[in-house]
Structures are given as C-alpha cells and as structure tokens.
Ligand binder design. Structure first.
Ligand code: PLP
Length: 256
C-alpha cells in the first residue's frame, strides 16, 4: 500500500502550531504522507514570532529537487515563502508542471503582527494555484480593497480568481461574529460556507491547517468544493478539540 504523498513548501514554527509543523500534522491526521521544503526558520511560540531566518534560495531548490526526484507528489501546498527569490523558484517549478494540485496559502503577516511574506512574492504563485486561501487581511493586501464584510470577501474572491487561481477561498474567521463564514469562488460563482465560531484562544495555525487539509483531499481525488468542505469540518474539529488546552500563554495551537 502506498500512501498519498503531499509536499508542503513553508516556514518552520518552533512552537509547532503553524507552518511546516502544522501541515505535516494535518497530512498525517488525514491519512497522507508528508514531505517538506523549508523556506525559513522562525523562532516563535504561542505569544508571537521572535526571529525569522529565511533560508538561502539554493537550499530551497536543493530540497525541492530531492523530494521531487524520489516521490510521486499528488498535491502541494505553499505557506510562508520567506523572500521573493524563493517565490521565483517555486513559481518556476509550478510553471514547469512540477507542483500538481497547488494550494497557495498567501501568508503575509502573522496574527501577532510579524511580517512573514510580501505581496509581490505571493502574486508570482497565484497564476498556478488550483486553490488560493487568503484570510481577509491577506485578500485586502493583495487586491488593495478593504475586506471587512461578506460583500468585500466576495468582491476580493472574484478579483483574485481573475488573476489565475481556479478557486479562491477567502476565510472569514478573523472577522468576528457568531459564525465563521468563508467565501468559496470558482466556476463563475460564489458560495458562502458557514460554521459556528469556536470560542477559544487556540487558533494559531488555523489558516495553515485549512489549506493543508484542502491539499490532502485534492490528493485523494476530491473536487475542490468537496475538499474545501472537508477542510472546514477538519478545522472546526481541531479548534474544538483544543478548546480546553492550556498550552503556552498566548494563542495556542489546534488539536490535530
Ligand atoms: N509562522 C509560520 C511559519 C506560518 O506559516 C504562519 C502562518 O501561515 C504563522 C506563523 C502565523 O500563523 P498565525 O497567524 O495563525 O499565528
């Protein structure tokens, strides 16, 4: 039996809640095998990001070449890219058809406020994305329009889809309210996805986990809307599971 193999191209979170660590936990939890290309090393915990070391672009290329030379990767997700030179490398691999079923999580700023990426780097990848998963702040930064309600989310999703991704999910968990409403746009129409808001401080890595779960389901053959639905259920379960946790003093991780 050969497990479905995924690749995450992302940054390391020493606290284990987001980035590469979250992605690999999601891959394992959903029954897939995870490989990883590190773009940057962050020193961080539940309270925030203390330092970031982007890895040399050559080291990123070497990891990518090693993984793709030996594994049949069924789906790929990208998270924190670290710097534009790394985005160039990843975009070139995507352009060459080496990154199937690409899910782009356009990581720009950690919730704690630390900058983790730049819009110009994300824009290089969007044309090759099967699915892009910005939160409201990321969608606003990329489109240049305010995204602070559902109408803004729909407009941003349409604008982003015009730039290349087959599907865009603008996640609304950071907007507040009783529900976490996401907007899924693709095939010319938008759908609202609703879930109850989980009252918890353990939300660190939610975006990473959502996009990683979408990638697993795409690797297993789901169409995009079904993959997004399963990923939303997965995140809801992981948030609910960690609700009673006392892990770190800040925004703790999810329960995978
Ligand atoms: N650190 C890394 C390496 C990440 O990839 C991300 C998000 O994608 C974060 C931190 C920020 O996560 P959050 O905004 O959930 O705190």
């Amino acid at each position: 039996m050969t497990p479905r193999t995924l690749l995450t191209i992302a940054g390391s979170d020493s606290g284990g809640g987001a980035g590469i660590q979250a992605d690999l936990k999601v891959f394992a939890a959903l029954g897939a095998y995870g490989t990883s290309v590190l773009t940057a090393i962050t020193a961080q915990n539940t309270r925030g990001v203390d330092a970031v070391l982007p890895l040399p672009p050559r080291t990123v290329t070497e990891q990518l070449d090693s993984v793709l030379a030996d594994f049949t990767v069924c789906a790929v997700k990208t998270g924190m890219l670290g710097n534009p030179a790394v985005a160039d490398i990843v975009a070139e691999a995507a352009r060459d058809g080496r990154l199937p079923q690409l899910v782009v999580d356009p990581v720009l700023v950690a919730t704690s406020g630390h900058r983790l990426g730049v819009v110009s780097a994300v824009e290089l990848l969007l044309p090759y994305a099967r699915v892009a998963t910005p939160n409201c702040a990321e969608a606003a930064a990329i489109t240049g329009c305010p995204v602070d309600d559902v109408a803004g989310m729909v407009a941003a999703a349409e604008a982003l889809a015009a730039g290349g991704p087959e599907y865009v999910v603008v996640t609304g968990g950071d907007l507040g309210g009783d529900e976490a409403v996401d907007v899924l746009h693709g095939g010319g129409s938008s759908t609202l996805l609703r879930a109850p808001r989980v009252d918890t401080r353990h939300t660190h890595g939610t975006g990473c986990s959502f996009s990683a779960a979408i990638a697993v389901r795409l690797a297993l053959g789901d169409p995009v809307p079904a993959a997004v639905g399963v990923a939303k259920e997965y995140v809801l379960r992981a948030l609910t599971g960690a609700r009673g946790w006392e892990l770190g003093a800040g925004r703790g991780p999810l329960d995978h």
